[in-house]
Design a protein around this ligand. Structure first.
Ligand SMILES: NC(=O)C1=CN([C@@H]2O[C@H](COP(=O)(O)OP(=O)(O)OC[C@H]3O[C@@H](n4cnc5c(N)ncnc54)[C@H](OP(=O)(O)O)[C@@H]3O)[C@@H](O)[C@H]2O)C=CC1
Ligand SMILES: O=C(O)C1=N[C@H](C(=O)O)C[C@H](O)C1
Length: 246
C-alpha cells in the first residue's frame, strides 16, 4: 500500500517506521516546511493518507484529501468541534475517513471498560467521577482528545452527568465543579506520551482505572492498522468500528 503522511513530526516519523515494517511504501511526507507538496495530484499517488498534523491545520488537510478522493485516517486531535461538518462532507462526497482520539489497542480496551464502569456506577450515587490526563509539554490541545472521548462516554452512560469541564494545571482553574459536570483535570509534564485516569471517589474509598502509554508505538501501529482497514472502504468511521470488544 502507498501511504501519504500528512504531518511528519513525533507521530508521523514513528508511523513511517511501522508502515515500512509492514511492507508499505511512504510516497509523500508533509511538514510545515513543504506544504506546497500537499496537492491533489501528489495525494493521488497514495492509496491512503494518514494525518497527524496540528489542531489548526487538520481541517484544511481533510478537505484536500476529500478533493483528491483518497481514504484518510485522522489521528490529529483538537478539531472535533467541526466533526459533524466533516462527517456530512465525507458522506456527501462518497469518500472515506476514519478518525480516532487514540489508536492504541490498550486505550480502546480502556474506553470499553470506562463505559461498562460508568453504567455500573448509576446504582452508586455516593461516588463522584473525575478524569485526569497527563501529556508532554509540546501538546497543543487541552483536554486531550482521549480525555474528551472518556468524559463523553461517562456522560452517555452515567445518568447524573451531563457535561464536562476542563482545568489545565497552571493555566485555567475551575472554581466550582457542578454535580452534573465531569471535571477533566489536565497536566503537562516533560516527556509523558499519554496517561489517562478515571477516578470514582466516595467519602470512604476510591476506584481508579488508569492507562499509561510507555511510548508512542501503540498509537502509531494502530494508525497503520487503521489505514489497512480503511483502504477499500467508503464512509465515515471511528477507530471503535475496528474493535468489537465483548
Ligand atoms: N489519535 C492518536 O492515537 C494520537 C493522536 N495524536 C495527535 O496527533 C497530532 C500530532 O501529534 P505529534 O506528532 O505529537 O505532533 P508534532 O508537533 O510532533 O507533529 C506535527 C507535524 O505536523 C506538521 N505540520 C504543521 N503544519 C502542518 C500542515 N499545515 N499540514 C501538515 N502538517 C503540518 C509539523 O511540521 P513542522 O514540524 O515542520 O512544524 C509536524 O511535522 C496531535 O494533534 C496529537 O494530539 C498524537 C498521538 C496519538
Ligand atoms: O498529543 C499527544 O501526544 C497525544 N494525543 C492524543 C490525545 O489528544 O488524546 C492521544 C495520545 O494521548 C497522545
Amino acid at each position: 500500500m502507498n501511504i501519504a503522511l500528512i504531518g511528519y513530526g513525533k507521530m508521523g516519523q514513528i508511523i513511517e517506521r511501522f508502515a515500512l515494517e509492514r511492507g508499505h511504501e511512504v510516497v509523500l511526507k508533509i511538514s510545515a516546511g513543504n506544504l506546497d507538496e500537499l496537492t491533489v495530484s501528489n495525494l493521488r499517488k497514495a492509496d491512503v493518507a494518514i494525518d497527524f498534523s496540528t489542531p489548526d491545520t487538520a481541517i484544511k488537510n481533510i478537505y484536500t484529501c476529500f478533493d483528491a478522493n483518497i481514504p484518510l485516517v485522522v489521528g490529529t486531535t483538537g478539531w472535533y468541534g467541526q466533526l459533524q461538518e466533516i462527517k456530512n462532507e465525507c458522506l456527501s462526497r462518497n469518500t472515506s475517513l476514519l478518525y480516532g482520539s487514540n489508536f492504541s489497542i490498550g486505550v480502546n480496551l480502556f474506553f470499553h471498560i470506562n463505559e461498562v464502569l460508568a453504567k455500573i456506577m448509576n446504582d452508586y450515587p455516593a461516588y463522584d467521577v473525575q478524569v485526569e490526563e497527563i501529556h508532554h509539554t509540546q501538546k497543543l490541545d487541552a483536554p486531550s482528545g482521549t480525555a474528551m472521548t472518556i468524559a463523553e462516554a461517562i456522560i452517555d452512560n452515567l445518568d447524573r452527568k451531563t457535561e464536562w469541564v476542563n482545568e489545565l494545571e497552571g493555566q485555567t482553574e475551575i472554581e466550582v465543579v457542578k454535580q452534573d459536570q465531569v471535571l477533566i483535570a489536565s497536566q503537562r509534564i516533560e516527556n509523558i506520551p499519554g496517561t489517562h485516569t478515571v477516578l470514582y471517589s466516595s467519602e470512604v474509598d476510591e476506584i481508579e482505572i488508569k492507562h499509561t502509554a510507555h511510548s508512542r508505538a501503540g498509537f502509531a501501529l494502530g494508525a497503520v492498522v487503521a489505514a489497512e482497514w480503511l483502504k477499500n472502504k467508503q464512509g465515515f468511521y471511528n477507530i471503535s468500528d475496528i474493535f468489537n470488544f465483548k
